[in-house]
Design a binder for this molecule. Sequence first.
Ligand code: DOR
Ligand code: ZN
Length: 354
Amino acid sequence: MLKLPGLIDPHVHVREPGATHKEDWDTATQAALSGGVTTILAMPNTKPPIFDEATLNLALDAAKAKARCDYGQYVGAGPDNSDIAASLAPKAAGLKMYLDSTFGELRLDDMTLWTPHFQKFPKSAPMVMHSESRTLAAAILFSAIYDHPIHIAHVSLKEEILLIKAAKEKGIQVTCEVCPHHLFLSKEDIPAISHGHPGRGEVRPRLATKEDVHSLWANLDVIDCFATDHAPHTLEEKDGENPPPGFPGLETMLPLLLTAADDGRLAIDHIVQKLYTNPKRIFNLSEQQETWVEVDENATYEIKASETFTRCGWTPFEGWKVKGKVSRVVLRGKTAFEGGKVLAEMGSGRNVRG
Ligand code: DOR
Ligand code: ZN
């Protein structure tokens, strides 16, 4: 039996408020626990988006009633909410800035809209960027100019990881995360994921080339965190017109990483560092007392969407053989997951900023 700390996923789309047919605080946190994750930080591109105190409270009230693991909720950077967002920093997981297109309408197109957030959001509070390619270079420049630490979400490209490496060497306060789907899938896998429905392969950032994937593995030491970007959409939506981008990931991240560890591609220490030690520091999280994850390292199984807790009903990793299964999760002294069943009660999760 392998014992790991309760894992932290700093990038989850819970979908409540507004799209609970895809996921809600109950199912997202069940999926988290079954994947060995005891803390999730939730993104603000909900309906309505989390832009002010009233919308933040909508999400936090739902989380308080339903969450089965610990949680935080990001506030989104809008075109004119920099004062409000800064004032909400103590209650929020952090600030999320969408500098590139995503699901929803949160993109800040004009760089003049970035400045007030860099000036006002507290330097000690996490500021997370959805910024790809050259927009990422711009975000790093803003970080240097305004002397504000930033965390780059879902790095997927060679040019991005190399730029972040160079920025770190210069002493710029930038950290980053990489998602399992960008480590284990390339654009060449899209036909196999799609089963004739190209929408299933849609995700932002897009799946990249094999060379990009290789560069992420070759620069593991530049990667501060792993994060799922768990972005559930139903199969009906993925297979319909205008398929929304996004993959579920909470239940497949740890088994995929454990399998890679078994293959000698990374060490268990990397998993602990990037899913516990580093996110705990970057996102200012306190220790969860008496919390751990028990893994049966030798259990091999096949990933099946029909056996998952997420409401979205599919996974891009369907049929993958993995080695390493979460057998038990203990959260604050209580068994929260065991033998494939979630035992933590609705509402037992705590707000990390509570
Ligand atoms: O693929 C994605 N899905 N990328 C994002 O940035 C947003 C997410 C979602 O909310 O569905
Ligand atoms: Zn996301």
